[in-house]
Design a protein around this ligand. Sequence first.
Ligand code: ADP
Length: 397
Amino acid sequence: MKVLVINCGSSSLKYQLIDSDTEAVIAKGLCERITIDGRLTHQTMGKEKYTVDAAMPDHNVAVKYVLDALLDKETGAIESLDEIDAVGHRIVHGGEKFAESTVISDEVMSAIEECNDLAPLHNPANLIGIRACQAHMPGVPMVAVFDTAFHQTMPDRAYTYAIPYEYYEKYKIRRYGFHGTSHSFVSKRLAELIGKDIKDTKMIVCHLGNGSSITAVDGGKSVDTTMGLTPLAGLPMGTRSGDIDPAIIEFIAGKEGKSIEEITNILNKKSGVSGLSGVSSDFRDLDAGMKDGNDRCRLALDVFCYSVKKYIGAYAAAMGGLDAIAFTAGIGENNPYVRKMSTADLGFMGIDIDEAKNEIRGEETKISTDSSKVQVWVVPTNEELAIARETVELVSK
Ligand code: ADP
């Protein structure tokens, strides 16, 4: 089957056409600056990558450009739209309504819309993307794959905030967690790599990218995760603060005369390692800064790694044991320093990293020593492939 995977943001649309039999990417690309002006970058594998500027006043037009790029006689990948058997859509927030992926129907669209409040920047854009695809590919089955679904197995003690219970009842304020597609994909692969039935495993998945989250996966199920009602919680990130004392918000508001919206914006966009270092949100720049003696780059890296380490300890305690840890996403896959510092001095827990093996980047590799009781692996994530697999499974039923 050929599956088109769509990841729609408010002004962007990423796509991959995947052959689900071989799991190979046939073509991929990105529309940017939708509603502003518009730019398409497309590559059919084995052919040249190109970028064109094209007016994209809305997502409908962007989808039309994507399909035209896929159909192009010289640079495209298919001869007819009939070759696209299904479309898989990444949806950010499924609230409590979706514990798994689902075939998209009118009722599903309404249910996703009801979650708009929980992810006002993302879900409306996701819905626009679905509608645009439906307009151009009527009759093609479409599947929604939710970032939150994998975490719906968390017990109430892990997802409930200690605030008046009525806020959960009235507004569904609770921990949801994100990056679920990645945590699910990587945990399944990690169980294969350590040669155990996933039902008998206790694992921690560290998805460390621009956005970072860690999940405790017990018996293949998410039992706790660091992100919360929104992706602002948990670890410090590229530009997001992660967990802070909630009283800081009122304190800054009073001192700086700022509104709650302004402070939330600062916590989302000007905090994390970027705000700490004053240099960059990109860990490569922090590594370079630290090597040059920039102490705030050193501090940003220290704060980040210390937080990862604390969650590893916390989740091992939450699960009452630990068989394996996976590092994934941009930083997890490519940053030996972060992996080393986040697991340093954890020998007492049976975690022992092999410094030479840890030097690898971007490859599936065991980085713990052979005597380490807990196996530690780098497992590259592939959210698009995970979405394509889910899509095929659901439309083949
Ligand atoms: P996003 O959450 O936007 O998908 P990524 O998973 O791409 O982000 O992670 C971005 C981070 O990963 C950056 O801080 C960057 O330093 C790091 N990173 C990505 N690729 C590499 C690489 N090849 N080498 C070193 N660091 C990398």
